[in-house]
Design a protein. Structure first.
Length: 522
């Protein structure tokens, strides 16, 4: 590998950006949004690990509290998107994901522009930063994992948009004074209120902004982060109103801590064995190739190498910290969808790839003596062709515009259940879909939905008992609950699970099974 690339300093730009150069990132965002909208799910969906959508929507629309960590930022923004006059309620939350993913793509373009900014004496043509913008933004927009989350009601694209905003603010060449520091801190706090794993990205943001943050700016950032974390006042206030979806009883101090600390999921953190971690790390390499292709993998290494050779240590340490910490967390978190935590890595990866293309163009120009009018256009065309071909190739496989599985099951189940039925759910997707229908849409408010696995939690037993309007003492076992419910309701279940077959007599009715009121002892 040639060793003739001089260190690049953050010198003043050779020319002031024109209006159309500033507009380019947002044009990338509009393009991404248009494609997301055309492929987004038309209603509630279970695709792309989207089963939690019903829980989020039901909680948001009832001023409730969803599963840990409560996601107060998403709850508040979701209520705003629910006001849009665009189709079914779930569709509006899907559009929230599409919009925030498009914003993340636009901000990735902003960051990519700074990576490839022409400095005084730079051989790159004046249009080169614009190519970097388009390439970086579209690589983020059309990475299949990011695209998949832009089509469903989930928190990950809002998480990505907030992280992209922090990176864009931290990477600017100017000083971060009081107001900028305050904005950085507020955004960080609000971001943690959307997803706790944003905290793993903050060391990287701190590295990127360290030399630019004045003393007053640093104090303002600390104050701003506390203000941003103020969104966590939402769960206890919401829980006080006894909404139908309210995980953990956050109105109490112990319940609030159970919720925001994610205590329910602690058993998954760092739970993967070493062989599993090794398998996941290998899988992460395959996923990287899936997002960017083999050429993208090669340019990733070139971008990292170019920063090392050019002594751009702060950029490398800051972005590398984000990627390494998120990868470590995803690899050791023992759930089927933990690889979704890698989305911030793909955001960083797009920047690395643009840096790799930028470094390659300069090295080819310096080492071969080719005319610059050929080198930069060829490499620029290559950078833009990569996400373009990825978008064309993935469009059909990611398209959810005709996905009606969840709504079809929901409609059939609600049509089958008699008035005042009790439904015992043994799958999250069924629980959350029915919460969406009964609480958010109010389609069948007479149906009592009980999550069997959650019934072991004392706070949930009290919540079910209150909704069932039963006066007797709350039973602690599923058998006791069924016995109590059978006195007043028909009892149904959504899955013919083995352990329940051994305990109850079940009769199939469409997509559900009815339980006999007398227990069948094993």
């Amino acid at each position: 590998m040639p060793n003739s690339s001089p260190p690049r300093t953050e010198a003043p730009e050779a020319h002031a950006p024109k209006a159309w150069e500033w507009a380019t990132p947002w044009l990338v965002g509009v393009l991404a949004l248009a494609i997301y909208v055309s492929t987004a799910a038309p209603n509630l969906t279970w695709a792309h690990h989207g089963a939690d959508g019903g829980d989020f929507i039901a909680a948001a629309m009832t001023c409730g509290v969803p599963h840990p960590s409560g996601y107060p930022t998403y709850m508040l923004i979701g209520r705003l998107f629910a006001l849009l006059p665009f189709g079914p309620l779930a569709r509006r939350f899907n559009l929230l994901s599409a919009t925030t993913a498009a914003i993340a793509a636009a901000l990735a373009a902003v960051v990519s522009r700074r990576i490839a900014t022409r400095n005084v004496g730079d051989p790159a043509p004046t249009w080169w930063p614009v190519v970097a913008q388009v390439a970086g933004g579209t690589m983020v927009a059309f990475a299949p994992a990011i695209w998949s989350q832009a089509l469903i009601a989930e928190v990950y694209t809002l998480h990505l948009a907030i992280l992209a905003s922090l990176l864009a603010m931290a990477i600017v060449p100017s000083k971060l004074t009081e107001w900028r520091g305050l904005a950085l801190g507020v955004l960080a706090g609000i971001g943690i209120g959307n997803h706790l794993t944003l905290a793993l990205a903050l060391p990287g943001v701190a590295i990127l902004s360290w030399r630019k943050l004045t003393k007053r700016g640093g104090v303002a950032a600390g104050v701003g982060s506390l203000l941003g974390l103020g969104v966590y006042i939402y769960p206890p206030l919401a829980a006080r109103g006894l909404p139908p979806v309210s995980w953990g009883n956050a109105a109490t101090l112990s319940g609030f801590w159970w919720l925001v600390s994610g205590q329910l999921y602690h058993r998954y953190a760092l739970a993967a064995s070493w062989p599993q971690v090794a398998q996941r790390l290998l899988a992460a390499i395959g996923l990287w190739r899936e997002q960017f292709g083999l050429l993208g993998v090669a340019l990733t290494f070139l971008g990292i190498y170019g920063w090392i050779e050019g002594q751009r240590w702060r950029l490398l340490a800051g972005t590398g910290s984000v990627c390494v910490l998120m990868l470590a967390y995803a690899a050791t978190y023992q759930t089927a969808d933990s690889m979704l935590y890698l989305l911030p890595c793909y955001l960083v990866g797009a920047v690395w790839i643009v840096a790799g293309g930028d470094w390659l163009a300069r090295i080819v120009l310096m080492e071969t003596g080719l005319r610059d009018k050929w080198v930069f256009p060829l490499i620029g065309a290559l950078l833009i062709a990569m996400p373009t071909t990825r978008a064309i190739g993935c469009y059909d496989s990611l398209d959810l515009s005709d996905d009606h599985e969840a709504e079809a099951w929901l409609s059939e189940a609600l049509a089958t259940l008699p008035e005042d039925a009790a439904f015992l759910s043994v799958e999250d997707r069924h629980t959350f879909a029915l919460w969406y229908a009964t609480y958010a849409q109010k389609r069948r408010p007479d149906v009592l939905v009980v999550d069997v696995d959650l019934y072991v939690e004392p706070w949930y037993r009290e919540q079910v008992w209150r909704q069932a309007d039963l006066k007797a003492e709350t039973p602690e076992t599923l058998d006791g609950l069924v016995t109590a419910l059978c006195d007043r309701r028909s009892v149904y279940i959504g899955t013919n699970r083995f352990d329940l077959v051994q305990r109850y007599r079940l009769a199939r009715h469409g997509p559900v099974w009815q339980l006999a009121c007398e227990n069948e002892q094993p």
